[in-house]
Design a protein around this ligand. Structure first.
Ligand code: SF4
Length: 321
């Protein structure tokens, strides 16, 4: 769409979609002057996002032409972390990488592990060219969902597909448990709907080792020790079992391995959970309690942390049991 002339330079607006690996899939309006992108805005007609972009993408136009943008390969010339680099040409960089990868590949190509995931979902940048190169080289294969394998598998096992709630539906919840996510920093569209639910009387509970800005704005913050939320989940199951707050029909029809899960959960009374998690037994009981507003309840797990580049908290370290 042509929207004007600025000193004889035509200005137009282009509709686009955010290329990042982010479930919010924002619709974008890009303003272009001549060949130059001058502004990036959310599209107000996109219902889940209401035209709000995360801070990372809303400043794309500025970053694109920023004088500090890195446009040439840089070679580290000092110790790691010292920030000492010198520029080199693309030919020099490619020769150097080819020489070093080639030497490893001659010995044993699987000693090379491509470690990457979806910075952008574009066909060229996202999934195609690097894979072809490394397959040809004979490099090791990596399960590329580095951050999401466990969550993805849980969704597959539970729902049969990697699907989640419509983000708009969070506004209808009466209880929202934000488990291991700093939603204000990394899941802003969810947070908008969580706020709508809160205004309508919903209770928000944050489970997070850190006292994040999101935790500060919830009604309750359970600040467990990093890496212990598996114990908390087992403790919740323990309470549901011993109090018989269970949907037996659902368990019978849809849950695989229920007897062994039940047995394992029964080994986690609130006192044991409290000791492992560094919280109180009452917090465990309270979280499972029927005195909380109940249906509809929703749980917000860590989203893709791409939104602002802010990492989600460290609740995913291996459990010692
Ligand atoms: S990365 Fe940002 S702009 Fe892109 S879809 Fe996610 S929230 Fe929207």
């Amino acid at each position: 769409m042509m929207i004007g002339m600025n000193s004889h330079i035509a200005t137009r607006q282009v509709s686009a979609a955010c290329p990042h690996d982010c479930p919010d899939t924002c619709a974008i309006k890009v303003t272009v002057e001549g060949q130059q992108i001058v502004r990036i805005q959310g599209d107000a007609l996109h219902p889940p996002t209401h035209g709000a972009l995360c801070t990372k993408v809303s400043r794309y136009a500025e970053r694109l032409s920023h004088p500090e943008r890195v446009l040439t390969p840089l070679r580290r010339v000092g110790p790691k972390g010292a920030g000492q680099f010198e520029p080199m040409t693309w030919d020099q960089a490619l020769d150097e990488v080819a020489r070093r990868l080639g030497a490893i590949a001659q010995r044993h190509p699987e000693a090379i592990l491509p470690y990457s995931y979806a910075g952008t979902m574009g066909l060229v940048q996202g999934e195609s060219m690097a894979a072809r190169f490394f397959h040809r080289l004979g490099a090791s294969l990596l399960n590329r969902t580095i951050c999401a394998s466990a969550g993805g598998e849980a969704l597959l096992q539970t729902y049969g597909g990697k699907v989640g709630m419509h983000v708009e539906h969070f506004s209808e919840s009466r209880l929202i448990v934000i488990w291991g996510s700093n939603a204000i920093a990394s899941n802003l569209h969810f947070w908008t709907f969580a706020q709508a639910a809160k205004r309508a009387g919903a209770k928000l509970i944050a489970i997070d080792p850190r006292h994040t800005e999101t935790a500060q704005k919830c009604h309750q913050h359970i600040a467990l020790l990093p890496g212990t939320d598996g114990a908390l989940a087992l403790g919740l199951m323990h309470e549901l079992i011993v109090n018989d707050w269970l949907d037996h029909d659902y368990l019978a029809q849809y849950v695989e391995g229920w007897p062994s899960l039940r047995e394992r959960a029964l080994a986690w009374p609130p006192e044991r959970v409290a000791e492992v998690c560094g919280i109180t037994a009452e917090e465990v009981r309270g979280l499972a309690s029927p005195t909380l507003p109940t249906m509809p309840t929703s749980c917000c797990p860590p989203p893709c942390s791409l939104n602002t580049g802010t990492p989600t908290p460290a609740t995913a370290t291996p459990m010692p049991w």
